[in-house]
Design a protein around this ligand. Sequence first.
Ligand SMILES: C[S@@+](CC[C@H](N)C(=O)[O-])C[C@H]1O[C@@H](n2cnc3c(N)ncnc32)[C@H](O)[C@@H]1O
Length: 249
Amino acid sequence: MKENNQEKLTDFGFEKIAESEKEAHVKEVFDEVAPKYDLMNDVLSFGLHRQWKRDAVNTAKVRPDMKVLDIAGGTGDMSLLIAPRLGKNGQLWLTDINHEMLKIGKQRLQKKGFQPEVCYCDAERLPFKEESFDLVIVAFGLRNMTHKDTALSEMYRVLKKGGRVLVLEFSKASRFLSPFYDFYSFKVMPFLASRITGRPENYRYLVESIRMHPNQQTLAKIMRSVGFEDVSWKNYSFGITALHSGYKN
Ligand SMILES: C[S@@+](CC[C@H](N)C(=O)[O-])C[C@H]1O[C@@H](n2cnc3c(N)ncnc32)[C@H](O)[C@@H]1O
C-alpha cells in the first residue's frame, strides 16, 4: 500500500501495511484460525509447543496467592497450566484481542473446572491499574502486536514492584538449523496448513511474522528500554523459540 498522509507503515508478515490496519488484519487471521488453532499447533510443532509452554510456566514459579495476567492468552494453553497452581487467594486473568480465541479459551478452562477472569482487551492499552499483577505472561502474542514497545510498557505498568514478565515467542534459530527450518516453514507448513485448514495464507502470515520478529538480543534491548531489569532469556529447540524474562524492581 502507498504511504498516504505520512501514515507510518508496519510489518504484516513480509508485507508493509499502514499501522492503523494491522490490528484488523491480525484479528482476521485469528478469527479464521481459531477453530483449528490447537490442532495446528500440535501438528506444526510436532507437539513441541507443549514442552515450551510447560517449561515457561515452571520457570514462572507460580505461587498460590499470585495475581497473574495471561496476555494474548487466546485458546488458553498458558492459563490452563497456570490455573491449577493458584489457590483460592490467587487470581488469573485470561485476556486477548480476539473474541473467537477467547471464547474457546474460556470454555476450555471452564471444562476443567476453572473460572478465570476473562477480558477482551488490546495489550497496547491494558484496562488495569498500575501495579496490579505479580506475574505477566505472553506466549506467541507479542510478534502480532503493532507496537511491541508500547505493549511491553503496558506490561511493565501493570506489574507490581518485584513482579516478573515472561515472554515466550518464536525467535532466531541457530544458523545450522536455518536451511531445514526455512524449508519446513515455507514449503511443508503451507502444504500442511492448506490440507488441514484450507487457508494456507493465514499460516503464511504466521511464518512470515516469525521471521520479522526481533531476535533474542533485540527483544532483550526493547524490554530494558521500557524499564525491565535483570532481563535474560533461554532458548528452546536451538532458538526456534525463546523465553525472555524481566523484572520490575
Ligand atoms: C498465536 S496466538 C497465541 C495464543 C496463546 N497465548 C498460545 O500460546 O497458544 C496469538 C494471540 O495473540 C492475540 N493478539 C494479537 N494481537 C494482540 C493485541 N494487540 N492484544 C492482545 N492480544 C493480541 C491474537 O488474537 C491471538 O489470540
